[in-house]
Design a protein. Structure first.
Length: 229
């Protein structure tokens, strides 16, 4: 299979990949339509060889400096560098990507790996990155916080049994102890959102034009593909 690579559009700013900003959707949509027409891009539904790009959790919480779980790596700019390469890959391969399906890490406040779920005899919650073993729970070092039972519609005993079961299953599977994570990727919040530069790149792929029998645009996540994992 042979294909051409396209040039990176002038609106792309690699220096902004590390920032959070508003994507100018309408402007990008108009540009995408003109670009598809000029380059003769066929509809993705006509692809005989179909390619799905699966960006995994490219969200502010992991990818933007200063957010909760930013992955800087040894260089300190690891996630930012990766996302520059990812955006440029999308722009250069517009014509052969059939669809883009980003996964999205999704959390709410009351979950078993957040501080609020557990409490000790002094009424304290575990700090982020605390490791809690099955033995800790059996000894009562940490236990289920009965104050969150109402929102979960469970009793204190049910919560405690669930906590113990969860820790036991982690141990049986040879995995790490229960890790308390800082609040991150909170559903609907700014840390949950896709990195702005990636969102712009995805949105810059032309939408399908259903008004004509033969569309010269390509279907994208904007129209029907984005589903949180």
């Amino acid at each position: 299979m042979t294909y051409r690579q396209w040039s990176i559009p002038p609106h792309y700013r690699p220096e902004k990949v590390a920032e959070v900003w508003r994507v100018p959707y309408q402007e990008r949509a108009s540009e995408a339509e003109r670009w598809a027409e000029e380059n003769g891009i066929r509809p993705s539904i006509e692809d005989r060889y179909r390619i799905c790009l699966l960006p995994v959790d490219v969200q502010n919480t992991f990818c933007i400096p200063g957010f909760e779980l930013y992955v800087g790596g040894r260089s300190g700019t690891g996630a930012v560098d990766d996302n520059r390469r990812l955006c440029e890959f999308i722009y250069r391969n517009f014509g052969v990507i059939t669809e883009i399906c980003p996964t999205m890490d999704t959390h709410q406040a009351v979950q078993i790996f957040h501080s609020i779920f557990l409490i000790n005899d002094r009424g304290e919650h575990p700090a982020p990155f605390t490791l809690i073993s099955e033995e800790d729970i059996r000894k009562g070092v940490w236990k289920f916080n009965p104050a969150v039972g109402y929102s979960l519609r469970i009793t204190e005993n049910e919560g405690q049994q669930f906590l113990l079961h969860y820790a036991r299953r982690l141990k049986a599977g040879g995995k790490y102890d229960l890790t308390i994570w800082p609040y991150h990727a909170m559903l609907g919040g700014i840390s949950y959102a896709l990195v702005s530069s990636l969102e712009e790149a995805v949105f810059s792929i032309p939408l399908p034009d259903t008004a004509r029998p033969i569309s010269r645009s390509r279907e994208t996540t904007r129209s029907r593909k984005i589903t949180p994992s």
